[in-house]
Design a protein around this ligand. Structure first.
Ligand code: MLC
Ligand code: AMP
Length: 507
């Protein structure tokens, strides 16, 4: 039996296949029947381009309904989808292409020449292009292909996708996500949030991370629901389009920006069934402000690339601000002592390492068995790196992170990646990159820099030194020059002290 995500979606198709699957505000998009046809055509085109089952298809394109067809076509061809943030620079891409060794790299048409040179350098056999206006070489290749495709059979353990997550020590790791992972998590969300074919979700997230690609897209597909698809989040436009939908999923920045809109009123959202927030902490302040203004309690959930969604506040029941709710169906969660080598359970209410187990947990890191072994325990629990507790009502609260990571507007930024570059810049003795409260992005990436004796690197020089090397969202919003970094007796930089010192920089 085919255990692929697409086969599972096939079991839940709406009765009327002419019903919308994706619609854009301009009237474009695909019905379910058109989705079945188009994803077949994409699968045929991929096969023609030499993509075999198990091959990786790396994709860095602008958001469009066609990009979703490419995703589905890749799954149907039995290949492994590898989405890449459209903000990644050529340096960043070179690493991913070299590591994942895809058969095909699909990029935006404007990037074709550069991509071909990069692909040659990284040993990638083919490049095709896909634009957001149905343009590009892949789109041409898709035209005229048969509207039926015999799907490649997959087991639950076969890979469906690889998503790179940066590491705290430098090299990014490719999280291997199986069909079984995607199917189980989409089913759990359909159950937890009671998603049906009547639902319309306003999709304003990027589609190169699990939130936009898996949580928002797969769960609606698994229920035969519909997506109103916009290219990016614009608070005024989203507020206007909410009238046409009943669900919104977003990162906390969506909600703080919506609160800045005068038009956000009880009446404006009276028809909405559910607002979901995740990917970063939703402050109790934002939760409360949204509730006061609209009468609606945002439902906060918690997940990560390696595990999909782990917990959710209840659909029916109290949604408590500052908590991420209960484990989803099929997910086991425990809190352990982060200092102990063997899993040591902590009493309820005590903060420790959040560990999760279930069909949602990934298959390990691509070609990094030692990293996999460091984070996936022999008994199947994954050590998330998040510090949390289970309160007396059974709600999970996240209170911190054991990993040195910043979450800015829902994107993860690893300080090490910046520090390694900043430390090589002229006049810099050393640096520490921290996240401090930021009104818009939740945390603002901030570089704290110590100059070499007799030198005075400027903020502008640091910005210039990072330009083009890392995606823009990773770059510091401010650079603070200090005389020395605070260290403990072991010589370790005390980032907590720096976070305290600069906590009011962006508020
Ligand atoms: C954009 N910029 C950011 C940024 N997004 N800077 C810091 N953090 C961010 N998140 C920068 C741009 O580089 C640019 O800077 C400037 O801000 C304006 O760019 P923009 O394109 O106009 O930004 P905007 O569209 O307003 O984007 C903000 C945003 C977007 C919050 C809407 O970042 C977003 O959609 N975030 C969602 C991320 C997401 O989906 N995360 C899920 C990960 S999965 P400059 O200098 O170039 O002018 C996951 C697991 C889970 O975490 O549980 O879900
Ligand atoms: P990523 O590696 O991009 O998938 O990001 C996953 C990380 O985002 C988790 O390990 C958490 O640290 C964080 N995260 C996701 N959802 C929440 C949430 N609701 N509250 C706090 N942190 C969250």
């Amino acid at each position: 039996m085919n255990q692929s995500l697409f086969a599972a979606i096939g079991e839940h198709l709406p009765k009327d296949l002419n019903k919308a699957f994706i619609r854009t505000p301009e009237g474009g998009g695909y019905s379910y029947a058109e989705m079945l046809r188009s994803s077949s055509q994409f699968a045929h085109a991929l096969v023609e381009l030499g993509v075999r089952p198990g091959d990786r298809v790396a994709v860095q394109v602008d958001k469009s309904p066609e990009a979703i067809m490419l995703y589905l076509g890749t799954l149907r061809a039995g290949a492994v989808y590898l989405p890449l943030n459209s903000g990644y620079t050529a340096d960043e891409l070179a690493y991913f292409l070299g590591d994942a060794e895809p058969t095909l790299f699909v990029c935006a048409p404007a990037f074709e020449e550069e991509a071909k040179a990069l692909a040659e350098r990284c040993g990638v056999a083919r490049v095709a292009t896909l634009g957001k206006r149905c343009d590009g070489s892949l789109m041409q290749q898709v035209q005229g292909k048969p509207g039926r495709f015999i799907d490649v059979e997959r087991t639950a353990d076969d890979l469906a996708a690889i998503l790179y997550t940066s590491g705290t020590t430098g090299r990014s790791k490719g999280a291997m996500i199986s069909h079984g992972n995607l199917v189980s998590n989409a089913r759990a969300l359909v159950e937890a949030w009671a998603i049906t074919a009547e639902d319309w979700l306003l999709h304003a997230l990027p589609i190169f991370h699990i939130h936009g690609l898996f949580v928002a897209t797969n769960s609606l597909l698994m229920a035969g629901g519909s997506l109103l698809f916009v290219e990016k989040f614009d608070a005024a436009e989203v507020l206007r389009l909410l009238l046409q939908v009943n669900l919104l999923m977003g990162v906390p920045t969506f909600y703080t920006r919506l609160l800045d809109q005068d038009g956000l009123t009880r009446e404006a959202v009276a028809h909405m069934r559910l607002f979901v927030s995740g990917s970063a902490p939703l402050t109790a302040e934002t939760h409360k402000a949204f509730r006061e203004r609209t009468g609606v309690a945002i439902l906060e959930r918690y997940g990560m690339t390696e595990t999909g969604m782990n917990t959710s506040n209840p659909l029916n029941g109290e949604r408590i601000a500052g908590t991420v709710g209960f484990p989803l169906p099929g997910v086991e969660l425990r809190i352990t002592d982060p200092t102990a080598k063997e899993p040591t359970l902590l009493p309820q209410g005590e903060p420790g390492m959040i560990e999760v187990r279930g069909a949602n947990v990934f298959r390990g890191y691509w070609r990094m068995p030692e990293k996999t072994a460091e984070e996936l325990r022999a008994d199947g629990y994954f050590m998330t790196g998040d510090i949390g507790l289970i309160d007396d009502k059974g709600y999970v609260q996240i209170v911190g992170r054991s990993k040195d990571m910043i979450i800015s507007g829902g994107y993860n930024v690893y300080p090490k990646e910046l520090e390694q570059i900043i430390d090589t810049l002229p006049g810099v003795a050393e640096s520490a990159v921290i996240g401090v409260p930021h009104r818009d992005f939740g945390e603002g990436v901030t570089a704290v820099v110590v100059a070499k004796p007799g030198e005075a690197p400027s903020e502008a020089a640091i910005f210039a030194g990072l330009d083009g090397k890392l995606a823009r969202y990773k770059q510091p919003k401010r650079v603070m020059i200090v005389d020395a970094l605070p260290r403990n007796v072991m010589g370790k930089v005390q980032k907590n002290q720096l976070r305290e010192q600069f906590k009011q920089l962006y508020t």
